[in-house]
Design a protein around this ligand. Structure first.
Ligand code: ADP
Ligand code: ASP
Ligand code: MG
Length: 406
């Protein structure tokens, strides 16, 4: 009997009507002879509301209580879906993260799954019960509730698919697959029939929120077959596959952008050993992630300018910290700019083809878009540009690499 994990995102369970529609869809799979476990998100908007409540009490709230609050959205939908399934005559029962348990580390609000004991779920499935699992949540060794970061129900689903040795993990969402670019921004984006794990991982990590990055990592490491598809239409979705399974390989598979970037420049930094460590050490200790970095040689020769990016939410903290460390680092001035966006092109074809980056720079130059920082990986090129050009850049690059739908 094929075993499937099906995950339904926030818009798919946005109200009681939609939860009933999800129940009907699950019943069809059960009737077709599948063993099904279901993972649910909170109703659309619910998690944002819960985060707002926590911030309204105190922006600097206790992170373990934060998770108690924000994990509650998924408890509601898990219970409701189990009831809706029972109403249709399908034996079903809800499970919260701690009841399974899904064990995580203690990094509240961005915890990582360490281990899942799937034996109860496994038994329930053998007995013909559909387990409905609250996504996004787990339990730390100290017994406290944790959450897996925004979009974390995807990761719950893939981790459960691995633990339950499922044949496939279906991620139902409000688009009918993974597109060459966000279809809400680039109207000519095309649906991909397949995408490689590596490309999906890069796309997710540079801003395509259709799958949480960690879920793709897990799928890749555990060989979980993942399909992204619509919960509203019955059309084939996108399969995430290994590179060998790809039938026709495009040079570039996707164009993505992320507004969650802010730029910091340190002027006249002493050009001597240990300076980078002096700057990035304290930032790392303060848990501030640095993404892109460029260092220039300045005209005078003994000092240099250093530019790097951090998440927008970390900008104020990073600047304050650098100002504190000004005399120990030794620099002239610190500048910051939150009006930037990172645009990336991704494709495994880059491994074997030169010139993809040059084509990108030319296309942006032709539109008069200035590039502030560049970074590359084996299958990705990212540039930092003025935020005002985000959509123009994404559309231009989409056309440049021949990705536009006919
Ligand atoms: P869910 O609530 O179901 O988890 P999300 O909002 O997290 O759904 O993710 C789906 C959204 O991801 C889509 O509505 C779409 O706007 C966005 N998205 C961004 N990039 C892409 C892409 N390349 N392909 C498909 N969707 C994308
Ligand atoms: N409800 C959580 C969020 O909005 C988790 C998820 O939907 O995947 O981030
Ligand atoms: Mg999501």
């Amino acid at each position: 009997m094929p075993r499937l994990v099906k995950k339904f995102g926030g818009t798919s369970v946005a109200d009681v009507q939609r939860i009933k529609a999800v129940a009907a869809r699950v019943k069809r799979a059960v009737d077709a002879g599948h063993e099904v476990a279901v993972v649910v998100s909170a109703m659309a908007g619910a998690t944002n509301q819960l985060v707002d409540y926590a911030n309204a009490v105190n922006v600097l709230h206790d992170s373990s209580e934060h998770d108690v609050v924000v994990a509650s959205g998924e408890q509601v939908t898990a219970g409701l879906l189990a009831m809706a399934l029972q109403d249709l005559g399908v034996p079903a029962r809800s499970w919260l993260g701690w009841q399974i348990p899904i064990r995580t580390d203690t990094a509240h609000s961005r915890a990582r799954i360490l281990d899942i004991d799937a034996s109860d779920l496994d038994r329930a499935m053998h007995e013909g019960t559909v387990p409905v699992i609250a996504g996004f949540q787990g339990i730390a060794a100290d017994g406290r509730v944790t959450t897996l970061g925004r979009g974390g129900s995807d990761t719950t689903a893939v981790a459960l698919a691995a633990a339950l040795k499922a044949d496939r993990c279906d991620i139902y969402t409000d688009v009918d697959g993974v597109y060459t670019s966000d279809p809400r921004v680039v109207s000519r984006a095309r649906k991909l029939r397949q995408i490689t794990f590596e490309e999906m991982l890069e796309m997710a990590s540079v801003g395509a929120k259709v799958l949480q990055t960690r879920s793709v990592e897990l799928a890749m490491n555990h060989g979980v077959r993942v399909q992204v598809l619509s919960s509203f239409e019955d059309v084939p979705g996108t399969m995430v596959v290994s590179e060998e399974e790809i039938v026709e390989q495009a040079l570039v598979s996707g164009v993505t952008y992320s507004r969650d970037e802010a730029k910091i420049t340190l002027l006249r930094v002493a050009d001597k050993p240990g300076v980078a460590a002096g700057i990035f050490g304290p930032l790392a200790e303060a848990n501030i992630n640095v993404d892109m970095i460029v260092q220039n040689i300045s005209a005078e020769g003994d000092t240099t300018d250093l530019t790097f990016t951090v998440a927008k939410a970390d900008l104020a903290r990073a600047v304050a910290l650098l100002e504190e460390c000004r005399s120990s680092i030794g620099y002239g001035n610190v500048l910051s700019d939150a009006n930037v966006v990172k645009v990336s092109v991704i494709g495994v074809g880059m491994r074997s083809h030169a010139g993809i980056a040059a084509q990108m720079f030319r296309a942006l130059a032709d539109k008069g878009i200035n590039i502030q920082v560049i970074t590359t990986s084996e299958i990705k090129v990212s540039v930092l540009i003025d935020e005002a050009y985000a959509e123009l850049a994404a559309r231009t690059l989409h056309t440049t690499y021949g990705l536009d739908a006919a």
